[in-house]
Design a protein around this ligand. Sequence first.
Ligand SMILES: Cc1cc2nc3c(=O)[nH]c(=O)nc-3n(C[C@H](O)[C@H](O)[C@H](O)COP(=O)(O)O)c2cc1C
Length: 162
Amino acid sequence: MTTPDSETVRKAFGHFATGVTIVTAIDNDGKSVGMTASSFNSVSLDPPMVLWSAGAQAPEFEIFALCQKFAVHVLSASQMELSNRFATPGIDKFDGIDWQMSSLQLPVIAECPMCLQCDTVDRHDAGDHKILIGRVIGVDIRSDEPPLLYYGSAYHQLGGSL
Ligand SMILES: Cc1cc2nc3c(=O)[nH]c(=O)nc-3n(C[C@H](O)[C@H](O)[C@H](O)COP(=O)(O)O)c2cc1C
């Protein structure tokens, strides 16, 4: 074993298949921000808690790193375009998509199979990322559409159960 270079690490991490989410929040001026994140994970059932990590390279990093609340939207296999849109820096990501501000003051995107609204309860620096831990304060299960998957730097869909 040698000390891995970043390309090898990226490739190694890519062996772990994940779902794909869009995390949204508002900045200090109440403007909606959002980014695609595959680092989402459920953590605790009681109380309900989740985590995800925001990369320091992201243009919205400072906003997410300090946000008091965030919403996580799980994407369906038909939402690859939406995933790419929220991974594209420098565009108005919310322009032309169906979304609304929730009663908890979080931007909520329509037509995602599942959406969680969370209070940020903890933040941890972890290398070039910040891990954000949220307590779930709102759950919206909308459909059983199959999920969008991310594996080996590419999108996939479920091939069926084993
Ligand atoms: C499928 C997918 C998953 C991603 N997951 C994360 C993530 O968990 N955390 C993160 O900070 N960025 C993640 N990104 C990257 C951001 O969505 C976004 O592309 C990036 O922050 C934009 O800034 P940059 O292109 O200047 O790096 C992901 C991108 C894609 C396409």
